[in-house]
Design a protein around this ligand. Structure first.
Ligand code: NAP
Length: 263
């Protein structure tokens, strides 16, 4: 007699809105049970809308910029095998670095870097022990460019893009895959939360978060190293790799400096 296959299980962080919500939706469509997390009560609404599908969906409100918040998320999985970890939670922050509130700048580093790699350290060790699992990290094409007027954020994404490839190499003799999703500007809550609506990039037309998430999910399933979502972004990131850093920083000012949005 055939044994029924165990249900797949995924953790998606930053799933209350935007790219993370769309990643969670795609996981649900593909039959994964879900544990989704974000910092605000909105995560419960996201869970309710995902529960209309077959799989189980649990939601957790936790601050993933803190060690305690990540521990809470890991504990909420109750030892269940994590087949896919989609480490997506992240924050941006506009304005010149010296004008930023340092607490907010630190929150960007703690969420995008510390919380993300701490969660990957915990879940990744479990995956390596049993020799299976998929990790998707939401980096960004911002990681290719010194981000004047978004300096800390772009730095965190440069870290994640690099970290993702390094971890992938370390795990190459295992069945654990690591994929970096690198979106360009995408239509989510991101620019409002980053206080960047008065910038050219904040006001510009952006990519569809569902399309970005689907590209990321498909690349994760194929076990690819990275996916830059969208043709324009592919060209932009290829050009960034051969452009001097000073030129990139100057170009970034034109799209990210407060007041650059067309009136
Ligand atoms: N939008 C873009 O143009 C763009 C481009 C490239 C990469 N990305 C990356 O894509 C990812 C998703 O961003 P998005 O564009 O979808 O923006 P979004 O709509 O603002 O979503 C961000 C998600 O992360 C969660 N989050 C932020 N800080 C958190 C914390 N400390 N603890 C727990 N959850 C936290 C948010 O939940 P709460 O509201 O509850 O805090 C929300 O669910 C981020 O890593 C971002 O850097 C975005």
């Amino acid at each position: 007699m055939l044994c029924p296959l165990p249900d797949l299980f995924a953790i998606v962080t930053g799933a209350s809105t935007g790219i993370g919500f769309e990643l969670a939706k795609r996981c649900a469509q593909e039959g994964y049970d879900l544990l989704i997390a974000a910092n605000e009560p909105e995560i419960e609404k996201a869970a309710a809308s995902l529960r209309t599908r077959d799989g189980k969906v649990e939601a957790l409100e936790a601050d993933l910029s803190t060690i305690e918040g990540v521990d809470e998320l890991y504990a909420a999985a109750r030892g269940r095998q994590v087949d896919a970890l989609l480490a997506n939670a992240g924050r941006g922050l506009g304005h010149a670095f010296l004008d930023q509130d340092f607490g907010k700048a630190r929150q960007v580093v703690d969420t995008n870097i510390t919380g993300t790699i701490y969660l990957i350290h915990k879940v990744g060790n479990d995956m390596r022990r049993r020799n299976s699992g998929k990790i998707l990290i939401t980096g960004s094409i911002a990681g290719f460019t010194p981000g004047s007027f978004q300096a800390v954020y772009n730095g965190t994404k440069a870290f994640l893009n690099s970290f993702s490839f390094a971890l992938r190499e370390e795990l190459k003799n295992t069945e654990v895959t690591v994929t970096c999703l690198m979106p360009g500007a995408t239509e989510t809550e991101f620019f409002r939360r980053a206080e960047m609506l008065d910038t050219a990039v904040g006001a510009a037309e952006k990519d569809d978060p569902a399309e970005v998430a689907n590209n990321g999910f498909d690349a994760m399933m194929r076990g690819e190293g990275d996916i830059v979502s969208g043709f324009k972004n592919k060209v932009q990131s290829a050009a960034a790799n051969v452009t001097p850093a000073g030129v990139l920083a100057r170009q970034h000012r034109k799209m990210a400096e407060p007041g650059t949005a067309k009136k």
